[in-house]
Ligand binder design. Structure first.
Ligand code: COA
Length: 274
């Protein structure tokens, strides 16, 4: 069921399983990311933060594979946006980067589980987009990389900063300095992606994981996500305070009572997200 109409993305809901699917819908450009695309993704997520019926979001590329399967081939190189900027004006250039980074930040801070479902290319800004998601599920035929260096540019929508946190300094520099493509299997072995799935099992696998998260205790997932995302950027003693505070918030949820009661009654819990 389609919700609001967007220009570059499509939003669908699986109301039975409480999750939404946001698909980048630019098959002609392998889902390249214009600022409009990023803004629409950020806007869609912001509105879904308030929707009780959405407890997980899947971010993916369109299933229209007329050209090639792609999550996203990165920044839209055909976009005219940057040409309107004066290349000699440093503030103009920095502000353009500020605008793009802002969308990635909004997407990363989404308070519910966000799955990147990668089938095909996840390059440049597309790889950076997957890196701001909580879980990355990739089909075996997918490829990842930062080709920016081959275009004389740099992966500065968080690429240098987020990849290093998963991959370490040496491998991050190798990936970015040479701009090569890496198979999903390599990324999986390096711990950058969460699940590696056979191409023909990809859709079913996405459905299973999104349904599980859509029916999970949403408030627990919220405090866990924030504790991991922000705790990992602080010393241990401060990170532990996120657990301390998060425990208090989570203990107010109905799902805590349901989870423990169901265990004691030897039945499956039915979490409502409340
Ligand atoms: N921006 C705009 N359009 C893009 C694009 C991008 N980042 N990536 C691909 N496209 C377009 C191509 O121009 C092509 O359009 P056309 O059919 O109208 O000519 C179409 O998508 C298909 O791409 P094509 O290059 O023909 O497919 P391929 O399978 O041979 O190669 C890629 C696929 C992704 C390896 C190649 O397109 C590529 O290197 N794209 C740029 C990736 C990149 O540098 N990203 C970082 C940008 S900072």
């Amino acid at each position: 069921m389609s919700e609001k109409q967007f220009e570059h993305i499509k939003v669908e809901l699986d109301s039975d399983n409480n999750y939404a699917v946001v698909s980048i819908n630019r098959p002609d450009k392998l889902n390249a990311l214009h600022n409009i695309t990023l803004k629409e993704i950020a806007d869609a997520l912001e509105s879904m933060a308030f929707k009780k019926s959405v407890r997980c979001v899947v971010l993916r590329g369109t299933k229209d594979y007329t050209k090639k399967p792609a999550f996203s081939a990165g920044a839209d190189l055909s976009s005219r946006g940057d040409q309107e900027l004066d290349p000699k004006n440093l503030m103009d250039q920095s502000n353009a980067m500020y605008v793009r980074q802002k969308y990635y930040d909004i997407i990363e801070r989404f308070p519910k589980p966000l799955i990147a479902a990668v089938d095909g290319y996840a390059l440049g800004g597309g790889f950076e987009l997957a890196l701001v998601c909580d879980i990355i599920i990739a089909s075996k035929r997918s490829t990842f990389g930062f080709p920016e260096i081959k275009r004389g540019i740099a992966p500065f929508n968080g690429g240098t900063q987020r990849l290093i946190r998963n991959l370490g300094k040496i491998r991050t520099k190798t990936v970015i300095f040479f701009g090569e493509h890496y198979s999903a299997e390599e990324m999986y072995n390096w711990g950058v992606i969460s699940f590696l799935v056979d191409d023909d099992k990809f859709e079913e696998f996405i459905y299973q994981k999104a349904s599980w998260l859509g029916n999970a205790p949403t408030k627990s997932l919220f405090v866990i996500k924030k504790a991991i995302d922000y705790g990992s950027q602080t010393p241990l003693n401060i990170g532990l305070q996120f657990e301390y505070l998060g425990y208090g918030i989570n203990s107010q949820s109905k799902d805590v009572i349901e989870g423990v009661t169901a265990f004691l009654q030897k039945r499956e819990p039915k979490f409502t997200g409340e």
